[in-house]
Design a protein around this ligand. Structure first.
Ligand SMILES: *Cc1c(COP(=O)(O)O)cnc(C)c1O
Length: 420
């Protein structure tokens, strides 16, 4: 459920007409609903009410806007960060350092140092060498770093190849058959306090079976590590729960997921950690856009909108589907292709789609754009960096400015030897 619906014939975000946001902020623009974010955070937490102890770390990469992070911090969420930049955002948004988990296969020594200095709660180590480096940095700082070892369980999550992370050949985690040996070597390092195991097998998951298979393997690993004398206090189960993008999509609910987790982890006696991203932010945002032209096509007309692949990369990157809806639908329909202005055929949001009929100047939205939307935006084709707005009831605020090309050009330099 989200809070983008028709009131008196025009789409609103909560109580705010999208026409008002378009008129004052311009298009394209991302619009987020605070109530939807809060609701998703609550529903996810409630879904896991059946587990003993749980910690929730929102995966910032899904939507790192500071206002979004603040809403989730207020909902009791910490953060899963994958870069020094995301760490800075979590702290800037008021999240507590001890509620931050640092994931990622390529943390630099400088990033590890910054996270140590900040006093974050947990490092999810992706390889033995990283643990050795972190131990050295922690010793030099006179401290010990809480860490888990990320394990690659070798399961096929059944999602798009580019967002699959738990197969043997993927770059993430250590192979599960080497985990006991590596864990043993890390556990004796003086700068590390090894707390347990982490896992994350992929994103936009529609099937609980691979998750369950992976979690069962982790359960066996926890037992084996304990048998080897290790104290296992935490298991980080990652994120990945899918969201519906189109009619008929039927991903497992947080309650379905929670029931599976409670069943599989029964008796583990650990703090379970969760890193949801998409399921929190996905349906909490739309990309609001204006139709520039309706161009006659050979087979179907092209609806050319002012949003493009640089604003919303998912269709070009993953062939992803985003529902398209008119802000003031007339009830008429049309079959059309939807494309942006960027000079690539890849800048196409949909082909031969049955949509609300639109004409030049109309406003429309791409739905379910709250996750992996604005955060992936670029300025390709020297377009502006897309702005973001958050709505709360009948209030709204710009929570990220549109960065105009002039600002980006101002950060570029001509070397002396080109101007002499
Ligand atoms: C991307 C990512 C997540 C979040 O995935 P979602 O599919 O958005 O829930 C969680 N943990 C890690 C380590 C990730 O890389």
């Amino acid at each position: 459920m989200d809070h983008f619906s028709l009131i008196d014939g025009a789409m609103h975000a909560e109580g705010v007409p999208l026409e008002l946001i378009a008129a004052t902020v311009g298009t394209p623009v991302y619009v987020y609903s605070r109530a939807t974010l809060t609701r998703h955070a609550r529903v996810f937490r409630e879904g896991l009410a059946g587990v003993e102890r749980a910690h929730f770390a929102y995966a910032i990469k899904a939507n790192p806007n500071l206002a979004v992070l603040r809403v989730l911090a207020d909902a009791g969420y910490g953060a899963d960060v994958v870069s020094g930049g995301e760490l800075a955002r979590a702290l800037a948004a008021g999240m507590r350092a001890e509620d931050v988990v640092f994931s990622g296969v390529g943390k630099t020594r400088a990033e590890l140092q910054r996270a140590l200095d900040a006093g974050i709660g947990q490092f999810n180590l992706e390889l033995e060498e990283e643990g050795i480096a972190l131990s050295g940095l922690a010793m030099a700082a006179g401290t010990r770093a809480n860490a888990t070892l990320r394990v690659n369980p070798d399961v096929d999550a059944g999602t798009h190849a580019k967002i699959s992370t738990g197969k043997r050949e993927n770059k993430f985690g250590v192979p599960i058959d080497q985990a006991i040996a590596i864990y043993g070597r890390l556990a004796v390092l003086p700068g590390l306090a090894m707390r347990g195991i982490a896992i994350h097998i992929g994103s936009q998951l529609f099937d609980l079976a691979p998750l369950e298979a992976a979690y069962r393997r982790i359960g066996e690993l926890v037992a084996a590590l304990r048998a080897a004398g290790h104290v296992i206090e935490r298991v980080d189960l990652g994120g990945g729960l899918g969201v519906p993008y189109k009619e008929g999509d039927n991903p497992p609910s947080p309650a379905d997921y929670g029931a599976m987790v409670a069943r599989v982890t029964k008796g583990w006696n650990v703090m379970l950690m969760f890193e949801p991203g998409r399921v929190i932010a996905g349906n909490a945002g739309v990309l609001l856009t204006r139709v520039i032209w309706v161009k006659p096509g050979v087979v179907h007309p092209y609806v050319i909108v002012d949003a493009a692949m640089n604003d919303l990369a998912r269709p070009a990157l993953y062939d992803a589907w985003h529902d398209f809806a008119a802000v003031r639908p007339t009830g008429k329909r049309m079959v059309a292709n939807i494309a942006g202005p960027v000079c690539e055929s890849g800048d196409t949001f949909a082909m031969a789609r049955d949509i609300d009929a639109v004409v030049e100047g109309d406003l429309a939205v791409f739905r379910t754009a709250g996750a992996y939307g604005a955060t992936m935006a670029s300025t390709y084709n020297s377009r502006a960096l897309v702005p973001e707005v958050m709505v709360d009831g009948d209030k709204y605020a710009v929570v990220a400015d549109r960065i105009e090309p002039e600002t980006i050009i101002a950060a570029e330099r001509l070397p002396e030897w080109l101007t002499a």
